[in-house]
Design a protein. Structure first.
Length: 270
C-alpha cells in the first residue's frame, strides 16, 4: 500500500478502481481493511480509497490526546495529495464523526456524505457507558474491551457461522498500540458533543445508515442526525447490529452506489 507524508506524519491508504473518488473512513480500533468488501465491489464503479486514521494501522501514531481537527487535517492532506477536487465520503462509527467534521470544514470539497453506524447526542446513560469503557482501557489496556465489543458489534448468527471473519476483527483489535487506542477511544467518547450543534450546517447530500439492533450507534441517533441534516436520507437495516460493512456488504454497497448515482451522476447528466 502507498503512503503519503504530510506535516504530521504519514497516511497509509489503499486505492482501487477509476472514476468518481469515493473515500472510506473506518471506526476506532480498526483500519482500512474493514472496507475490503466495499473496495472490491465498488471499485467497479468508482476510484475507491480506504485509509488508516491517525493512531491506527500503518498510519502515524502521534502521542495523545487527539483532537477531531487532527483527523480532519489528515483527511484534507490525503485529498489534496491525491489531487481530488471533490469527493464522496463514507464514515463508519468514529469515522462518521470525522466525516461530519470534514464536511463542515470543507463543504466545497464534497459531493456526497454517508454517515454509517455513527453516534450522536448521547444520553447521560450512553455517555457514561462509553466513558466507563474508556476508564477500563486506561486501567487494563485495550484487551479488556475486545470481547464485549465483538458481542455488541456482530449478530449472534454471524458470531456462530462466520467465526473466521470475526476473528480477523478480533486480531485487528488485539494489535492496537495501547496509547494510541486510548487516545482515539477517548476522542470517540466525547467528540459527538463537539459537532452535534453544527450538524444543521451540513449542506452536502447526505445518507445516514445504521442497524436496527446497533446498541452503540442506535436508530434513534441515526434519526436525530437525519433530522438535523436538511434533505438527508435515512436507512435503518432490520435485525443487524454495528458491523454492517462486514455482515451485509450487499446492502451497504447498493445503498452507497444508488445514493451516489441519484445525487451525483444523474444530477450531472451522466
Amino acid at each position: 500500500m502507498p503512503k503519503i507524508t504530510y506535516n504530521h506524519g504519514t497516511i497509509h491508504y489503499e486505492e482501487k478502481g477509476v472514476g468518481e473518488p469515493l473515500i472510506f473512513i473506518h471506526g476506532v480500533g480498526l483500519d482500512h481493511a474493514l472496507w475490503e468488501q466495499q473496495v472490491n465491489s465498488l471499485s467497479e464503479h468508482y476510484r475507491v480509497i480506504a485509509y488508516d486514521m491517525i493512531g491506527h494501522g500503518e498510519s502515524s501514531h502521534p502521542p495523545g490526546p487527539y483532537s477531531l481537527s487532527q483527523f480532519v487535517e489528515q483527511l484534507t492532506a490525503l485529498v489534496d495529495s491525491l489531487n481530488l477536487e471533490k469527493i464522496n465520503l463514507v464514515g463508519f462509527s468514529m469515522g462518521g464523526m470525522v466525516a461530519q467534521a470534514f464536511a463542515l470544514a470543507n463543504p466545497t470539497k464534497m459531493k456526497t456524505l454517508t454517515i454509517m453506524n455513527a453516534v450522536a447526542n448521547r444520553t447521560k446513560i450512553q455517555r457514561q457507558a462509553v466513558l466507563t469503557r474508556v476508564e477500563e482501557v486506561g486501567r487494563s489496556g485495550p484487551q479488556s474491551t475486545i470481547e464485549p465489543a465483538i458481542e455488541r458489534w456482530f449478530t449472534s448468527d454471524y458470531l456462530r457461522d462466520k467465526a473466521d471473519v470475526v476473528n480477523q476483527t478480533r486480531t485487528r483489535l488485539q494489535s492496537n498500540d495501547p496509547a494510541a487506542y486510548l487516545a482515539a477511544y477517548t476522542l470517540f467518547a466525547t467528540a459527538d458533543q463537539e459537532i452535534w450543534d453544527k450538524l444543521d450546517q451540513i449542506t452536502v447530500p447526505t445518507l445516514v445508515i445504521t442497524g436496527e439492533n446497533d446498541v452503540g450507534s442506535t436508530p434513534e441517533m441515526a434519526q436525530q442526525i437525519h433530522q438535523r441534516i436538511f434533505g438527508s436520507e435515512l436507512l435503518i437495516v432490520p435485525e443487524y447490529r454495528h458491523m454492517l460493512p462486514v455482515e451485509r456488504p450487499d446492502i451497504v454497497n447498493e445503498a452507497i452506489h444508488s445514493f451516489i448515482e441519484r445525487t451525483v451522476l444523474v444530477g450531472e447528466g451522466r
